[in-house]
Each structure stands twice: as C-alpha cells, then as structure tokens.
Write a protein that binds this ligand. Structure first.
Ligand code: ADP
Ligand code: MG
Length: 728
C-alpha cells in the first residue's frame, strides 16, 4: 500500500493557515528597519567618517583602514541594539545561490571575560575556503584560497540575528569567483559609456545607473507532498507523472483568489522583505495552478540583484514555516508553464532622466532614440552572448517550449516604434541635409507619443521586448542569479555606446552638425540591426523558419549556447571593458558546463532510482494481484476463465510491455551515463549528457506515465500531479 503518499496527502489536506505576526506599525514605519541605511550611518558615525563613507559609496573612493574600523564599530553598535550575535560575509558564488560563513561577535579575552568584537578587518575581509566553491580550474592554475571583500555600495542587513555584509568573492590571485564583482564592473562600464553619450544631450549628467526591476515567478507545493516525491525533493522538478486531467487550460488560476495558506505565506515574506528594504509591491497568481509571482519597484541593478537573491532566500525560509516548499525551478512540471524571472532594464541618470523613456520634444526624443536604437544594435550584434547568459539545464526546458520565450533571441518594439524606425531609415538623406530635411525629421521624431506604455507591452512571446520606458528581458530563468544576464546586457550595450560615440565624433570632426551626425549614425544602426526585430508570434513554427532564413541563431541547449564564451570576439569584448579577463571567462565557461553536467547527472540518477525502486516494484505487485485473480478465475470457471478474464490478461500484457521498455531505457541511460562520466573534457561531457543521456528521460517518463495510468490508484507510491497541483 502506498501509505507514504496517502499520509502525505492527508497531512497536506489537514493544514490550516499559519498565523502571521503583524508588525504594530505601518509598512512605511518598519521599511528597511533591518538595513544599515544612510540614516543609520549618519546616526552611528562621526560626521567626518560619515562623509568619507558616502564618498566611498558614491564615488568609489578608497576605503581607509581607520574609516573601516569606524564603520565596523558603528555597524556593531547598531546590530547589538537589534539583538544580533553573529556576522557573516554574504556572497554570490557561481553555484547560483548565496553563501554565508557565520562568525560570532563574541570574543573571549583574558580572565574568563569576553567582549563583543567586530573590527575593520572583520568588515573588510573574510576567508571562506574557495576550493569548496566552483572555480572552474582557477584553483589548479592559481592559488587555492579566496577571500570575500566588502562591497560598500550594497548596504549591510540583518537576518535571523546575523549581521550580513554583502561582499565580492575573489581568488587570492584576483580572479572573480562570483557574480557580484563582474556585475559591478559591467555597471561601471555602462555608467561610463552612457554618461559619455549623454553629453550630446545633457551636459550636466555625471552618472548613469542601469536599473533592474525583476519579476519572480515560482511554484508552491505542500511540504509533505514535496518530501513524498524524491524527484522534486532532489531536482526541483517532477521527472515522472502523468498529466492531470485538468491543467492550466481553463485559465482559472490567473488572477484568481489566492488560497489562505498561500496568502499567509506571502504576507509574511512581504513583511520580512520590507524590513530588509526590498520594495516588493505586487503579487498575484500566475497562469499555472499553484504558480505565483511577485515583483518589487525597480532599483539600481546591483542592489536590485542583491534584493532578488535575498528574496529567494527569504521565500524558502518562510515557506517552511508555513509547511510549504517553494519551487524555483524553471520547469517543475512538464505539462505546465514554467517559471521565469523577467528582468526589466533601463538606464537612469543622476539628474533623474530615464534614458529609455520617450521625451516630450524632438530633442529629448533624439536622446531616447539614441539609447533605444543602440540597445537594439547591441542585441543584434551579440545575440549569442545574451543567449549564453541565461543558459542553464533548467531553462533549457522552458526556452522554446511554446510558452516561454523561444531560444531565438529577437527584439519586439511594437508597431509605432517600428514605424518610427522605418521612417528614420528612409528619410535621413545621404549627403548634406538641408534645413528643411532636418525640420521635417525633427517633426517626425517629435511625434513619438508618450502613451507607448500601454501599447507596446503585449507581445508576451518575445524574449526581449520594449515595454514603453524600459526593455523587458523575459528569458531569464526563475532560479538564476540576475547577475549573469545583467552582466551580459550591460556589457554589450556599453560597448555599442562606445562605438556609437566614436562614430558620431568622427562625423562631427568631419564637419557634420551634431544632430545630423547622430541621425545618420542611427540610420546606419537601424539598417544594420533590422533582422533582430520581430513583431510576430515568437512561439510559432513559422518564426523558427523565418529566423533561420534571417540567419539568427537558435541554440536550444546549454552546451551549445555556452560555446560563444570560447569565441575570441566574446573574450576580447569582456576583457576590453575590464569585466572579465580571458582566464575568468574560461573558468566561467567551465563552471557553467559543470553545473549543467551535475544537474543532469543527478536527474538521471534519481530517475533511475525512481524506476527501479518505486515504479517497477509497484508494477510487479499489481501484476501479481491480477495473476492471483486469474488463478482464482481458473479454479472457479475452468476453461471459460480465459475468455472471462480477457481484461485481466490485457492488463498483464500491457504491464509487461511497459515494464520491459522502462527497464530497457533505464539500462541504456545508465550505459550512456557511464560513458559520459569517463570523459575528461567538460565540454565533451556536457554534450554527451545533453545528446546521449538526456533523450532517455523522455522515454522513461513515457513508460512510467503509462504504468501510472494502468496501475490501481491505491498502489501508486508517488503523489500524482493532480495532488501536487490542486491540493490547497
Ligand atoms: P508586467 O510585466 O507583469 O505586466 P509591469 O510591466 O508593470 O508588469 O512590470 C513592471 C516591472 O518593471 C516592475 O518590476 C517595475 O519595477 C519594472 N520597471 C518599471 N520601470 C523600470 C525602469 N525604468 N527600469 C527597470 N525596471 C523598471
Ligand atoms: Mg513582465
């Protein structure tokens, strides 16, 4: 009897919503109360020290040792008022999640006394063992140890009685072992390049921040059901399971009412998010059953990314309190929509201008067009880099699966802007432009309406869509660190802006007027990047054909998508912009491949176990009961029994057929896995897993699902998908 399954079900069904402790005050009162904000700094630091720290934060001025000690002491004093006992450097290793190494403030000194100690050195630097985090061979070539170093641009915060200090994570030899360090460098590159281009339009712009507003999708399932499914517990997704009779086709979940248990969970993580200064605002159901989404107000990219990682962490912790588990996997259930993390991205000046918002007059619209067109050109020239930045084993199930954006990178801009670009392409005259030409152009540019906001957003099938005043990169995976996508995007746009500046300056040097030079250069970019623009249905087979004709890449799996990291063009680009050295790029390629291999290896093992230990024995047990039944029929009815038990015979035959097929494919998979494991080279191994091991997953699932349909419900050991998805 499948007792574990039924026990889990009855546990799940008997739950009631957990009480949430509501803070006594309004959200605005406790917002960021667990963050070492500038207000707190001002309160706890001497005013000179406060001013120096602001210079470090805002202008990247070096952090003097004495200042570090003062800041550490202020942080400690503040943290102690909040009952904090430990501190940790909080960092983002390339595993994709975050890591912490906790140390106590408590320090025994002589005479059996103790004090609370946290000094400048503890603040600035810590030494986790780098060799236990992925380092893609850097370990072999270089010094094994690494250290974490404070990133003063992200504020420290308190979680569960621990002071967390956001840090970068680097090898002793200086190579980045995390996402934060290259992200900071990429943000620096886009700041510089965009600020330079801004000088054509606004001389007073001194800094440009890339902004990020993420939207996080996730599934929730009951804790007991989670633990009754070895596949979900170990890999985050259901490797087997017949589609439920009802899936998402009724669309009755989207914007439907949120179940009470889930509401309580959401309420609590929102309160905790707000205490950490994460500006979470919206939440709603997503398309699939038990799928949800939350989104904050956008922020500067480095901070926004820290906040996303914190939120994912908080969600997992708080879900446990509510006897739920969060699935951040990109595709937990093959028959339902997967989960993504839309990355809304724009550029914002220190003077408060959103550079991707259409303006009110020809001048501001020319500025808008400049950043808009350069972004499109950057995507056109570097589509493969963008594709690689979101590649993962989980996201492979989602991209191109007729629900998520396709693996083909394209840009959607809406009909009005398409018309605008077509118009510019035609009407910028070759040779010297007359004043009349210019006036006419300016008039037409002035016509970009500000109502774009409502008009552009609705092509949900595009991986990279302009949505009125920002681009929305929709192909990012739900479990990903946004850093990867944001490093790639900001690097390629920075490079494109540098090229643009050079080209326009050259024209001006030759005597063209500034506006004319900009317009001509934009015209050229519009022509050159045309093939990346696509307004139609990104899910259709026609687009696959059309994209092929246009020469666009369609890289369907991770090993193929990552190959661009080996191209000289890519290596040179990241090196030139000072974001990743060739060695760091090589290491990252290797780490990504290793992550991919490990994920597939685990899935393959779990699938083998499920088949051998759960499904095959259950099928045999059921077959035995039928055999017993037939024996009894024979006893009672003699030679008539065979005809009378024809159904039983058919079931036995079907069971045998699927059992044998299941076993056959498990054996074949195992053989391929063994071969793959023997390969030394990470890329070859990843391809072997992708092309030779993974195809068996489908076969095994097919026969397992057939058995699920054949076997008596009582005997089936694993919670069925309908139970996972519809148990409220
Ligand atoms: P949806 O995509 O679900 O329809 P929205 O279009 O309202 O929802 O998405 C809004 C998201 O875009 C929010 O996370 C918001 O913070 C973000 N966003 C809005 N403006 C910007 C901007 N200038 N830069 C980055 N993100 C932005
Ligand atoms: Mg969105």
């Amino acid at each position: 009897m499948a007792t574990f399954r039924f026990q889990a079900l009855s546990e799940a069904l008997s739950r009631t919503p957990k009480a949430v402790e509501y803070p006594a005050s309004k959200a605005s009162m406790y917002f960021a109360s667990n963050v070492f904000t500038q207000d707190v700094m001002r309160e706890y630091l001497p005013s000179d020290a406060y001013k120096s720290l602001l210079r470090t934060i805002n202008e990247g001025a070096p952090l003097e040792r004495q200042l570090a000690s003062q800041v550490a002491s202020a942080m400690k004093d503040w943290a102690l008022t909040k009952g904090v006992t430990h501190y940790t450097h909080w960092f983002q290793p390339l595993t994709g999640s975050t890591a912490e190494k906790h140390d106590s403030f408590f320090t025994p000194i002589s005479d059996g006394r103790a004090i609370e100690r946290f000094d400048g050195d503890n603040l600035i630097q810590q030494e986790p063992d780098a060799s236990s985090f992925p380092n893609g061979g850097i370990r072999n070539t270089f010094e094994a140890r690494g250290y974490t170093a404070w990133d003063p641009t992200s504020p420290a915060f308190i979680i569960s009685g621990t002071l967390c200090i956001p840090t970068i994570f680097i090898a002793y030899t200086g190579e980045a072992l995390d996402f934060k360090m290259p992200l900071l460098k990429a943000l620096n590159a886009i700041d510089k390049a965009a600020t330079d281009v801004c000088q054509y339009f606004e001389k007073d712009v001194a800094k440009v921040n890339a902004t990020l507003g993420w939207e996080q999708e996730y599934f929730l399932i009951d804790k007991a059901l989670f633990y009754a499914r070895p596949d979900i517990m170990m890999t985050g997704r259901a490797l087997v399971g017949h589609n439920p009779a009802k899936g998402q086709q009724l669309d009755d979940h989207y914007f439907g009412s949120i179940p009470d248990r889930v509401s309580a969970f959401m309420r609590e993580y929102e309160i905790e998010s707000h205490k950490l200064g994460i500006p979470v605002t919206t939440r709603h159901n997503e398309v699939a059953p038990n799928q949800f989404e939350c989104a904050p107000m956008f922020e500067e990219t480095n901070l926004a990314n820290d906040h996303n990682l914190l939120l994912m962490d908080l969600m997992e912790k708080i879900a446990r309190k509510h006897d739920l588990r969060v699935l951040l996997h990109e595709k937990p259930f093959s028959s339902l929509n997967g989960s993504g993390k839309h990355n809304n991205w724009s550029l914002s000046t220190n003077t408060g201008i959103n550079l991707l918002a259409p303006g009110k007059n020809p001048k501001t619209n020319l500025r808008f067009l400049t950043f808009f067109v350069n972004t499109i050109k950057a995507i056109h020239d570097n589509a493969d880099i963008i594709r690689a930045s979101i590649a993962s084993a989980g996201n492979d199930h989602r991209l191109g699966a007729n629900e998520a954006p396709p693996a083909i990178v394209s840009v959607f801009i809406g009909s009005q802007l398409t018309q605008m670009l077509d118009n510019l392409e035609k009407s910028v005259k070759a040779g010297k432009m007359t004043p009349e030409d210019k006036t006419e152009l300016k008039l037409s540019i002035g016509k970009i309406p500000q109502i774009l906001l409502d008009n552009t957003d609705r092509n949900r099938t595009s991986p990279f869509a302009f949505t009125g005043n920002k681009f929305e990169f929709r192909a990012v995976g739900s479990s990903a660190n946004c850093g990867s996508a944001m490093i790639a995007l900001n690097v390629i746009v920075a490079k494109q802006l540098m090229l643009f500046k050079k080209a326009v300056d050259a024209r001006i040097d030759k005597g063209e007027k500034k506006d004319e030079a900009i317009l001509k250069e934009l015209q050229k970019l519009i022509k050159e990047s045309k093939k990346i623009r696509f307004e139609g249905n990104g899910y259709g087979e026609e687009w696959v054909q059309e994209a092929k004709k246009r020469g666009l890449s369609n890289l369907k799996d991770t090993p193929r998508a990552l190959a661009v990291m080996k191209d000289k063009k890519t290596i040179d680009l990241f090196n030139e912009l000072g974001v990743l050295s060739p060695i760091e790029m090589e290491a990252r390629h290797e780490i990504e491949l290793e992550n991919y291999i490990l994920k597939l290896q685990i899935e393959s093992r779990v699938l083998g176990d499920l088949a051998q230990n759960h499904i095959i024995p259950t099928a045999i047990k059921y077959q035995n009961t039928i055999i017993e039944n037939i024996k009894g029929m024979n006893e009672i009815f003699g030679k008539d029994a065979k005809k009378m038990a024809s159904t039983q015979y058919k079931i036995i035959e079907s069971l045998s057929f699927h059992l044998n097929e299941l076993k056959k494919f498990c054996d074949l998979m195992l053989e391929e896995r063994k071969k793959a494991n023997k390969l030394e080279d990470a890329e070859q191994k990843a391809f072997a897993y992708c092309d030779n091991v993974k195809p068996y997953f489908q076969e095994i699932k097919y026969h397992s699902d057939k058995l699920e349909l054949l076997i008596e419900d009582e005997l089936w050991p694993l919670p069925k998908l309908r139970e996972l998805l519809f148990t409220k």
